[in-house]
Ligand binder design. Structure first.
Ligand SMILES: [Zn+2]
Length: 253
């Protein structure tokens, strides 16, 4: 699943291609034909990412809401585009570039209040200007749930996926099962800063998730700890498997 930086990079690139331009919308697959018809030939006013959600606002006042989920993808090509390849849910054709969306979990037309409602369910997104780490700190410290689950909870912090949660817990020497209530403020803030740095770097470098970090990954899809050589342990936390080092990330007391 893409992490938040992928969505922020998409927002940035689509803003460049569409903002202020009339866009031709279609649904080659047919399933979103009604939505596409509503937005077709309207001007894009803005494109924003919040966590893993992408919102494209049109001059009609309507908003295209997309969540890529596990397998969703956007592909870009110069306009005029070639015929769609595979199943394309929605095609957005601007004057210079065309974007094809396939396999999204969410693809729907909403009004601005509904967009606000979706955004209000999300925790702070480190990539949004003015994001408040205090909300993250308090949400973690108030919860007895494992930090490994809290990091994936989009209402606690928006935009973090399986790769970054495994890596940030390793880098800070925290066992994934540690209850949020056990963590002190400085540690939680340090995790926020680390994640914000990786996400910003990911937007800038525009790499796929596993190649996002400037440094090699430490635990994600590894068998041995990159620091001490101990075999990594895999457990399920927050509904997804996570690898950790039992030496570098000791179990909570
Ligand atoms: Zn280790």
């Amino acid at each position: 699943m893409p992490e938040g930086h992928t969505l922020h990079r998409l927002a940035r690139d689509q803003r460049r291609d569409f903002k202020g331009h009339k866009v031709t919308l279609s649904s080659p697959q047919g399933r979103f034909a009604d939505s596409a018809r509503l937005l077709d030939q309207h001007v894009v006013e803005r494109v924003d990412a919040y966590g893993k959600h992408l919102f494209t606002r049109f001059d009609s006042g309507e908003v295209l809401h997309v969540h890529l989920g596990l397998i969703g993808k956007f592909r870009r090509q110069p306009s005029p585009p070639a015929a769609p390849v595979g199943i394309v849910s929605v095609r957005l054709e601007g004057p210079t570039a065309t974007w094809d969306l396939s396999g999204p979990t969410v693809c729907r037309v909403v009004d601005p209040p509904e967009m606000e409602r979706v955004v209000s369910t999300l925790g702070p997104d480190p990539l949004r200007r003015g994001a408040d780490p205090e909300r993250f700190i308090q949400a973690v410290q108030r919860s007895a749930k494992p930090i490994g689950a809290l990091l994936l909870d989009q209402s606690v912090i928006a935009g973090i996926g399986n790769v970054f949660r495994a890596e940030v817990l390793f880098v800070h020497g925290i066992h994934p099962s540690t209850p949020g209530t056990n963590l002190d403020r400085a540690t939680i803030l340090a995790m926020w800063d680390t994640l914000a740095g990786w996400l910003r770097d990911g937007v800038r470098r525009n790499r796929i998730v596993t190649n996002t970090l400037a440094e090699p990954l430490h635990v994600y899809h590894h068998e041995l700890c990159g620091t001490c050589g101990t075999p990594l342990v895999s457990i399920e936390v927050g509904g997804r498997r996570i690898d950790f080092c039992p030496m570098c990330q000791p179990a909570p007391l």
